[in-house]
Design a protein around this ligand. Sequence first.
Ligand code: CAA
Length: 251
Amino acid sequence: MTSDNQETSTTSNRVALVTGGTRGIGQEISKKLKKDGFFVIANYASNEQKALDFSNKTGIETIKWDVSNYEECLAQIQKIYDKHKTIDVLINNAGITKDAPLHKMSLEQWNKVIEVNLNSAFNVTSLVINKMRENTFGRIVHISSVNGQKGQFGQSNYAATKSALIGFSKSLALESASKNITSNVICPGYINTEMVAAIREDILKNIIDGIPAKRLGGSEEIAELVGYVVSDKASYINGATLSINGGLWMD
Ligand code: CAA
């Protein structure tokens, strides 16, 4: 699905790809980057109605594919290059939860979360990194989680992927810095999204009680930080892990 009423920015002409970019935190990131003058492409996996509403409302181009599937990434990213020539900014945001304590976790719950949250980062990043290297410019942001930093009851699969993104990003930063490409991680805390709203009410209340700020964060608060990290002003921020969690975890 595409939308033609999005002008390519005259200020930057840069193209940004946001995975999982039509819902939750990703939706706010897509909107913020568009506001900042990027031509934004928002990937989504399944919810067509939501993507259509989002595209109609924002004028942001949306493309459906499963980022955990390498062949689909290959085909769709090639199409983006054919049409837009470049991908300058990549936000690896797509992520899912399949929470259960390990003693109750199935192999399917483990594998699915690894595929969507972690393998997707390899799939998409490995398919855009060479062009960024040729262009000697790139901004890559991986959306991790406070639970990748501190662990969480019921999230050994999710936390494993979110920690792994940190090592992935730091290695990529080392490999790419000489080409003017930055790779950074943002670790949101509990943000007011459908994902968090799905937590059982009593458990969520306990979690919020434990947040020093005593509230959930807003997706737009994460998007603001992403906007800064991908800006020209942030060229010296590389390999960083930036927390934004209301004080829930400090390091
Ligand atoms: N620490 C220690 N023990 C805990 C615990 C905790 N945090 N939470 C639960 N337990 C204990 C319970 O007290 C209970 O003990 P008893 O059997 O002795 O009574 C036992 O573990 C079972 O607890 P549940 O009834 O909760 O177990 P369940 O199997 O029904 O549910 C669960 C498991 C689905 C993981 C549920 O605990 C849960 O939803 N936890 C929250 C997980 C979470 O924070 N997910 C975040 C999703 S949002 C997100 O991921 C975004 C992000 O990046 C932040």
